[in-house]
Design a protein around this ligand. Structure first.
Ligand code: NAD
Length: 499
């Protein structure tokens, strides 16, 4: 096995022109295991040129041919599930079970894309005027690019490329340089599935590669998922160069717990949603909003369960939570917990000093519960992206809604309640894109679309599902007439109306 991840351009592994590389770490051991190349603008151009050339044939291929590739690709993802999960776990740190979960959820987008002939059906009106018909259909954009974060090394790219490729586009993926392995294997699986070379390309890299994508005149659209500052940067940059763009950003997800909720059920699910994947999910719960008398009992129940979470190496079958991705992440999370404490919050369970035996250099932080957090504390205002649950206390549902709606993020939220009326008020009034009713991580299935509001998404379209199909295609409307030779022309200089 090579010690360096190369780019994948035109159906082959390519070293490219750059001599810059980054270390890829095993977060459980805290040591670099491989390197990844960091592309130059020239490398990005090679990938785009390869995709542009491939588009000439792929963009005109039949929908059935594209669908067949998706079916074959889906089967290969099934066969390589364990291998993909092992790569993800070793570079990200999440448990194998969790990594398999993201392979499956990503694969569901491929299953959605298998139905592309059905999804691309146009609309037809017979006889909109005498001998005139009107119909609409959608065509691909050309070369489109995806820029993805570290926290879902395979699922987030799979939100993008199956839909883009099945709709007839060709694709350049710039995955997170911290977790390049899954994309490398995905490229090979596409080739095995019969996807023509050049349709799917991978350039590894950092800001240099991202900027080259944003500036490239032959890139028609950019899908981005990552933190809010970079999402805004990508949205602005891509818009400036005239590209279609969807840029999904960061999050601060609230779970509102009503006094009428089943508090054992709520505590179980909040612990799973707060500490799963070490809190490094864009849909992780990070703020618990306890309403009225729910607070004390709820905090007790979450505390008990937090103590029981088993932290360990991702490959340990008993581990429920692994390390965080980098030493910098661990240091940042530990610092935030200290800031909360200094600001007057109560650290009920403290994960700062957790050490996993034989993995003293691993990037571990234990699950942490902080009570009596207020909205002015940095532990609340900032996205921590670690295993930290903050509890805020409010008096009523109205106060809870006001608190959630005042937050600049609007990715996901959940309400725990046994009242249909509360649930309905919540789902109608909360200013958030994805809502769970007694469901803590309401990630939409692949046949719906995923997307937040406010600072959690810049652009007009949510990702995958029906909105993904619209994002990667543009509409044409045809008005057609096949007159009889003898037919009166009816041409006139006034604006035509139906007759
Ligand atoms: P990030 O923003 O640091 O990186 C995302 C991508 O942008 C990577 O490919 C990276 O190489 C690139 N990038 C980083 N800095 C850049 C810069 N200065 N200029 C140009 N490109 C740059 O995000 P991350 O740390 O990899 O991922 C975690 C973040 O992603 C969290 O904020 C999380 O909430 C968010 N996220 C959001 C969603 C969602 O659906 N809204 C899903 C997953 C993750």
């Amino acid at each position: 096995m090579s010690t360096t991840y190369d780019h994948w351009i035109g159906g082959a592994s390519v070293a490219g022109e750059s001599d810059r590389t980054a270390d890829v770490y095993d977060p459980a051991h805290g040591t670099p295991t491989r390197q990844v190349r960091l592309a130059t603008a020239g490398d990005v151009d090679s990938a785009v040129q390869s995709a542009k050339q491939a588009f000439e044939t792929w963009g005109n291929s039949s929908v059935t041919a594209r669908s067949r590739v998706m079916f074959a690709f889906r089967q290969l993802l099934v066969e390589h599930e364990d291998e993909l999960a092992a790569i993800i776990s070793s570079e990200h740190g999440k448990t194998l079970e969790d990594a398999k979960g993201e392979v499956v959820r990503g694969r569901e987008v491929v299953e959605f894309a298998c139905g592309i002939p059905q999804l691309l059906k146009g609309e037809y009106n017979d006889q909109v005027s005498g001998s005139v018909d009107s119909f609409s259909f959608r065509q691909p954009l050309g070369v489109v690019a995806g820029i993805t974060p570290f926290n879902f090394p395979i699922m987030v790219p799979l939100w993008m490329h199956p839909v883009a490729v099945a709709t007839g586009n060709t694709f350049v993926l710039k995955p997170s340089e911290r977790v390049p392995g899954a994309s490398d294997l995905v490229a090979r699986l596409y080739q095995q599935a019969g996807l023509p070379d050049g349709v799917f390309n991978v350039v590894h890299g950092d800001k240099v590669a991202v900027d080259a994508i944003l500036e490239h005149p032959d890139v028609a659209a950019v899908s981005f998922v990552g933190s809010t500052p970079i999402a805004r940067y990508v949205h602005d940059g891509a818009s400036r160069t005239g590209k279609r763009v969807q840029a999904l950003g960061g999050a601060k997800n609230h779970a509102v717990v009503m006094p009428d909720a089943d508090l054992d059920f709520a505590a179980d699910h909040i612990v799973a949603a707060g500490y799963g994947s070490a809190g490094q999910r864009c849909m992780a719960i990070s703020a618990v909003v306890a309403v009225g008398p729910a607070a004390d009992t709820l905090v007790d129940k979450i505390r008990e369960r937090t103590h029981e979470v088993k932290v360990g190496v991702g490959t340990d079958p008993d581990a429920e939570m692994g390390p965080v991705v980098t030493k910098a992440s661990r240091d940042r999370i530990v610092d935030y917990i200290g800031q909360g404490e200094s600001a007057g919050a109560k650290v009920v369970v403290d994960g700062r000093d957790l050490v996993v035996e034989d993995h003293e250099e691993g990037f571990f932080v234990g699950p942490t519960l902080i009570d009596h957090v207020t909205t002015d504390m940095s532990v609340y205002t900032d996205e921590i992206f670690g295993p930290v649950l903050s509890v805020l206390r409010v008096a009523s549902l109205e106060d809870a809604l006001a608190l959630v709606n005042a937050n600049p993020y609007g990715n996901g939220t959940a309400v725990f309640t046994s009242s249909g009326e509360v649930a309905r008020t919540f789902q109608r009034e909360v200013q958030v894109g994805m809502i769970g009713i007694n469901v803590p991580v309401p990630v939409p299935m692949a046949f719906h679309s995923f997307g937040g509001w406010k600072d959690s998404l810049f652009g007009d379209h949510h990702i995958h599902g029906p909105e993904g199909v619209r994002f990667y295609t543009q509409a044409k409307v045809v008005t057609s007439r096949w007159p009889h030779v003898s037919e009166e022309s009816l041409a006139a200089l006034h604006f035509p109306t139906a007759h």
